[in-house]
Design a protein around this ligand. Structure first.
Ligand code: UDX
Length: 479
């Protein structure tokens, strides 16, 4: 092998095939490329096609001489890939079948790169796919894990085996979800059963598959050379220090959207409806509730109607992302299912704008947006923090339950609806965040948190420094 070429660092970045993961790992890849490294961004074929169709970031990055996109099959049938996002089916398919394609690709890049690029010197893969550590190390390439969830959620997952051992989970039949949970150090007086990641709540026995998969996935991150998290010290310092006892080399480099600073360039897998931006331009400052439940949340027709009533009854303006598959995902969300009664339509004509997919970061940064009604996905939470917007949280699943608890009870930058979305609750809480007694305090806290986020990514800030250390770490593999 050519000695001089080995000096060049070449990172292969591989997200789990979901919107939230692709979005933030594309930002990381963008930053690594900006630091002068060769970067290959690996997707599944399905997401590769969608990204190249809809993402501004894709077209920009594809122009760079040291950046390229690559893809492998996810091994699901075309029909399965298109119609259902079932995390555990996809996880299993990636682990048991796509892993072989990943191995072949790494070997091809190692032995005879199709573009004559230097060999891959480091893999940064989504921690949801620990098989990437084994495959990479087996072919002689060091692997670093990236988790797209919050540090508080990673720490909760690290503690799951102990919670199982002590009998805290699974919860007894009919358990009171407001009971405190002991056994997550640093969060003893904070967490109630309902705040744990949703898999803990769903678990029926010690062998529950979802819980086992998520905790073993988390446990395996300490087999990687390092762990990278999209968070920052002044937000999650306590959880980070607990995690570092488990994974000593942990870099906190978030919020990545602020560090990357290319907020108008999305990694969207859906077509963005930009008409909502002109609608926003015509609205007064801080008058609009931005409503989005991310890429995976599905609601029942009843929940959908409760949100409609609550939003209209609140009297506030709203911009709502209603994905084509938001209601009844398997059925594909027909127009009939999304239709609303005439009196609500009237409310929308006066004060509402509905889109299928929005340029979210731009929307959140817009002065007309006064608050974010969110499902508390980690990207959405961090994007809202970076934009300094208070949140109203309606967590759906996975890490979102713990994120919303921190938003309301620790950071004081929003309110948590948790398991409730009746129309009167939605109405009351929307009003509370927009114009109620606590609105001023929430806005101030959100603004202060945005300042902290800015400091962390500015030169000399903790995330800035951790990113520099990550680059040094990657370079050390090729020296
Ligand atoms: C879920 C999890 O909850 C999340 O924490 C985990 O890391 C990945 O899986 P998801 O439902 O996709 O994620 O939510 P979120 O993490 O918030 O990511 C959604 C992304 O889509 C955000 O980056 C957001 O900016 C983007 N988005 C969403 C748009 O660009 N337009 C929209 O209309 C809605």
């Amino acid at each position: 092998m050519d000695g001089s070429r080995r000096k060049e660092a070449h990172v292969l970045v591989f997200p789990f095939p979901g919107q939230g993961m692709v979005n933030c790992m594309l930002k990381l890849a963008d930053l690594l490329s900006g630091a002068g490294l060769h970067v290959t961004f690996l997707n599944t074929h399905h997401n590769h096609r969608r990204l190249s169709h809809f993402s501004g970031a894709h077209s920009r990055l594809a122009q760079r001489p040291k950046f390229r996109f690559a893809s492998i099959p996810d091994s699901l049938s075309e029909e399965e890939t298109r119609s259902v996002f079932n995390f555990f089916d996809l996880e299993e398919s990636m682990r048991t079948r796509a892993a072989a394609y990943f191995r072949d690709l790494l070997l091809a890049y190692r032995d005879k790169d199709p573009d004559g690029w230097p060999p891959v010197t480091c893999v940064i893969a989504d921690g949801l796919m620990p098989f990437t550590i084994d495959v990479s190390e087996e072919v002689g390439i060091p692997a670093i894990m990236f988790r797209t969830i919050s540090a508080c959620c990673v720490w909760a997952f690290v503690c799951v085996p102990k919670l199982l051992e002590s009998g805290e989970i699974p919860f007894p039949e009919g358990a009171d979800l407001d009971e405190p949970v002991r056994g997550v150090p640093g969060m003893e007086s904070l967490l109630r059963r309902r705040d744990l990641p949703s898999y803990c709540r769903q678990a029926r026995n010690q062998m529950d598959r979802d819980l086992q998969v998520m905790s073993s996935v988390t446990a395996s991150s300490n087999r990687a050379r390092a762990l990278v998290l999209n968070t920052f010290e002044s937000l999650e310092g306590s959880a980070l220090s607990h995690i570092r006892n488990h994974s000593p080399v942990t870099y906190a480099v978030g919020p990545l959207n602020a560090l990357a600073g290319t907020s108008s360039d999305s990694g969207s897998l859906w077509e963005e409806d930009r008409d909502c931006m002109s609608w926003l331009h015509s609205q007064p400052d801080r008058s609009v509730v931005y409503v989005s439940f991310g890429s995976l949340t599905v609601v029942t027709r009843e929940e959908y109607m409760e949100f409609w009533h609550g939003l209209v009854d609140s009297g506030q303006r709203f911009l709502w992302v209603v994905r084509s598959d938001l209601i009844n995902k398997r059925g594909g969300g027909t127009e009939e299912k999304q239709a609303v009664p005439a009196e609500l339509e009237e409310g929308r004509r006066e004060r509402g704008c509905i889109v299928g997919w929005a340029p979210q970061e731009e929307v959140l940064a817009h002065p007309a947006v006064g608050c974010f009604l969110t499902h508390s996905g980690w990207n959405s939470t961090l994007e809202s923090i970076a934009a300094g917007k208070p949140m109203l949280c309606w967590p759906f699943f996975a890490d979102q339950q713990i994120n919303s608890r921190f938003v309301s009870a620790v950071w004081g930058i929003g309110l948590d609806m948790k398991d409730l979305c009746g129309r009167s609750i939605v109405e009351k809480m929307v009003r509370e965040v927009m114009e109620g007694e606590r609105s001023e305090e929430l806005r101030r806290n959100a603004w202060e948190m945005a300042e902290m986020a800015k400091k962390s990514v500015a030169e000399g800030g903790t995330s800035y420094n951790d990113f520099q250390r990550l680059i040094q770490h990657i370079m050390s593999f090729s020296s």
